[in-house]
Design a protein around this ligand. Structure first.
Ligand code: GLC
Ligand code: CA
Length: 599
């Protein structure tokens, strides 16, 4: 059970007294903030956990900071920026894969799980970085890519030598003499074929992703042992957790049968329902996770019901998972992220996030994100990246993320309001997903113009462009040629400029992180959706210990009105992305307000 130590209470008291003084000054800046809210003693909240209270900042190392001029971000770059990361007020970082890799899928194809990707540096660099984070009280979560390895991994190199090689069973094979294997779909194969022929041993191997990402055979206890011992290797170094890549895919439907009709088109669901999935995760928990004080986040794209199997405490599996329902809204069904010309409805958006909140209201714990390395920039996709509204809508989305009953996973660069680069031509893309879909559509004689237009909104590379540090060449990211183009708006949109501006997107993020941490109501308080049918404004309350906050978010570039049915006459504005915000249901374009409701 977590209690605030007495000296912290004292510090909080002093801080709140100070901020109360500051708040007597007239509010002339653009951001209304009142941090003097949290200090009333709250009743014991059951089952508090640091990872429930954390704000997790995701770093895509390749694009964060390059220190040796090769155009690729590196671990030394992260170390160089530790104070910046600390200044955000976040509690943990999740780093995309940093292990040895030929980078067919940017690190999600690991060729050595116990070494650092040469472009990123050395193990010594890693140790220095880890120590630097820990000295600043920041936890470090790595990415576990357990469903597949690289074809350049030693295990696979051995496995394809002969059918009786000791490593053969580390992967899934189908012998040529047994005929064509039953259809399996690959997400990154130009023909969409999940089986790749391997001539030396006259057999096919399974790859749900690219043919350089052969799927590992979790049915083999030796493979599982290897995985567990590798995880221990990192935990023994002091790593604080893992985000687990497509972990719902590790158990295969063996012996491979035809994909049942009900899964046609929904292959992800079929792949994600492997019969031994939860046995493996429970074993992993027994063998490894339970022995350390670490956190786990599964990328599990699960249904509501499946989600509980991963995270309910008594099952002893993982702490949290994340789903794709929110981020998939607004694409045509079963398409290559082709934008639905009808757009997306705010009521659908509310329904998804409300459903997931309700799902964990009694049991388990929720997560929330709008951006990550598989997504475009959140402001382009869910806000408005025009010069007029980019900043204000970024702040509005940040308000959404930091006021949900869920652990927020906040993607690097979103704290600056970085937006999509929107490449015109396929040659600018580096991501296997975009390149592969382009090839597929071309081969099918499909509509490439429509695809490229949709990619300007949807492509993953939009979220992977280098971090914009300052207005010098390449946004201060690198002195060489960046591996992926820098967004040309860096001269105006960069961290250095925003440091100097009290009302910047960056400083709004910092204030909101602090505000969330000071107000447990925003972490643990009950969530209630109001005014569901409103297609302009998303409104909800958060309640804890007789306290009630109301969050109003205008998702439209126009003045809009909420209809919450609440009496706001005595409500107090705690936070807003506009100066001198009023306690009103009338909202300015993309306005976000957090109110305290008092009767
Ligand atoms: C996950 C990762 C994604 C990667 C894929 C294959 O979805 O987030 O970036 O391409 O798995 O590893
Ligand atoms: Ca570098």
């Amino acid at each position: 059970m977590y209690r605030k130590p007495v000296f912290l209470l004292f510090v909080s008291f002093i801080l709140s007294a100070l901020s109360a003084c500051q708040n007597t000054a007239p509010n002339t800046n653009q951001t209304a903030v009142n941090t003097n809210q949290n200090q009333t003693a709250s009743k014991e909240i059951p089952n508090r956990k640091w990872w429930k209270e954390a704000v997790v900042y995701q770093i895509y190392p390749r694009s964060f900071k390059d220190t040796n001029g090769d155009g690729i971000g590196d671990l030394k770059g992260i170390t160089e920026k530790l104070d910046y990361i600390k200044s955000l007020g976040i509690d943990a970082v999740w780093l995309n894969p940093i292990f040895s890799s030929p980078n067919d899928d940017m690190g999600y194809d690991v060729s050595d799980y116990r070494n650092i990707m040469k472009e990123f540096g050395t193990m010594e660099d890693f140790d220095v970085m880890l120590k630097g984070f820990h000295e600043r009280g920041i936890k470090v979560v790595l990415d576990l890519v357990a469903n597949h390895s690289s074809d350049e991994h030693f295990w696979f190199q051995e496995a394809k030598k002969s059918r009786d090689n000791p490593y053969r069973d580390y992967y899934h094979w189908w012998n040529e003499e047994d005929g064509k294997p039953p259809k399996r779909v690959s997400f990154f194969d130009p023909e969409g074929d999940g089986w790749q022929y391997e001539p030396n041993t006259k057999s096919y191997y399974l790859h749900y992703f690219s043919d350089k990402q052969p799927d590992l055979n979790w049915e083999n206890p030796k493979l599982r042992e290897e995985m567990y011992s590798m995880m221990k290797f990192w935990f023994d170094k002091g790593v604080d957790g893992f985000r687990m890549d497509v972990i719902h895919f590790i158990s295969k439907d063996k012996p491979f049968r035809e994909i049942p009709a009900e899964f046609n088109g929904d292959f992800g669901k079929f792949y994600g329902s492997g019969p031994k999935l939860h046995d493996y995760i429970q074993e992993m928990n027994r063998e490894v996770l339970s022995k350390y004080d670490v956190m786990t986040l599964g990328e599990a794209g699960a249904t509501k019901e499946d989600a509980h199997k991963f995270v309910d405490e008594e099952r002893r599996e993982l702490n949290m998972i994340y789903h794709y329902e929110g981020v998939n809204l607004g694409y045509l069904p079963d398409s290559k992220k082709i934008i639905d010309p009808k757009g997306w409805k705010l009521s659908d958006f509310k329904d998804i996030y409300t459903k997931w909140d309700t799902n964990f209201a009694e049991k388990g714990w929720n997560t929330v994100y709008l951006g990550n390395h598989d997504q475009p920039r959140m402001v382009t996709r869910w806000g408005n990246d025009s010069p007029e509204f980019r900043e204000v809508s970024s702040k509005m989305l940040t308000t959404f993320l930091l006021t949900q009953r869920a652990t927020p996973y906040y993607y690097f660069g979103d704290e600056l309001g970085m937006n999509n680069i929107k490449f015109d031509k396929i040659e600018d893309y580096k991501d296997i997903e975009s390149i592969n879909w382009y090839k597929q559509i071309k081969a099918e004689g499909g509509d490439l113009t429509q695809f490229l237009e949709s990619q300007k909104i949807a492509a993953r590379d939009n979220g992977r462009t280098p971090f914009q540090w300052n207005a010098t060449a390449n946004a201060g990211f690198s002195t060489g040629t960046p591996w992926l183009k820098v967004n040309p708006n860096y001269e105006k949109l960069n961290a250095e400029a925003q440091e100097k501006d009290e009302n910047s997107v960056l400083n709004y993020f910092r204030k909101l992180v602090k505000f969330r941490k000071e107000n447990p109501i925003l972490i643990y308080g009950k969530y209630t959706l109001l005014d569901r049918e409103n297609e302009d404004v998303y409104s909800y309350t958060r309640e804890l210990d007789g306290k009630k906050f109301l969050v109003l978010l205008n998702f439209k570039p126009k003045e809009s009105e909420a209809k919450t049915g609440l009496d706001l006459s005595k409500a107090k504005v705690l936070m807003s992305n506009y100066a001198d915000a009023a306690a009103s249901e009338k909202l300015k374009p993309y306005q976000a307000v957090i109110l305290e409701i008092t009767n």
